[in-house]
Unconditional design. Structure first.
Length: 158
């Protein structure tokens, strides 16, 4: 990928392992979801349940992703549903980074047996909503968590 200064840099996406990567993932999450900041302990707990990845362009942190795999205890007959979330820091958007993060997350979700793919976007993130809609998602629900002022939008891949 080409950086704004014209130099080429390699996009590296890696699964979270170790404290530094946990901090990187947390930084991106908290920057994009300021209404629900996570502690390092919360990120550690999520890393045990979900696939968390961080993305660097060269040495610069540019984004992260989350894949929530299908629930093993879903009701009989319910489709295997995974959630794929790609987050790119605002300064690095509109350069194709989110598409690469999303494609990798989608592949991981499918490999985990997902039949249905969902995502979630904070309503105050119009770039994220545009991205989801442009990649074939449709809105299924908007909701406000208790104590929050900004709603979330759940979307499903059509």
């Amino acid at each position: 990928m080409t950086e704004p200064n014209g130099e080429r840099a390699e996009l590296r996406i890696a699964r979270v392992a170790g404290e530094a990567m946990l901090r990187d993932w947390r930084h991106v999450h908290n920057a994009i979801i300021p209404t629900d900041p996570l502690s390092l302990d919360q990120v550690r707990e999520r890393a045990g349940r979900h696939r968390l990845e961080v993305a660097h362009l060269g040495d610069v942190l540019v984004g992260c992703s989350t894949v929530r795999p299908p629930a093993a205890d879903r009701p009989a007959g319910a489709p295997a549903t995974a959630t794929v979330i790609a987050r790119v820091l605002p300064a690095h958007r509109r350069r194709g980074l989110g598409a690469v993060l999303y494609a990798q997350g989608l592949a991981a979700a499918r490999a985990a047996g997902a039949e249905v793919i969902e995502t979630v976007v904070l309503a105050s993130n119009p770039d994220g909503l545009r991205f989801a809609l442009a990649h074939g998602f449709v809105e299924v629900e908007t909701y406000l968590l208790p104590g929050h002022e900004v709603p979330y939008i759940d979307l499903r891949l059509a």
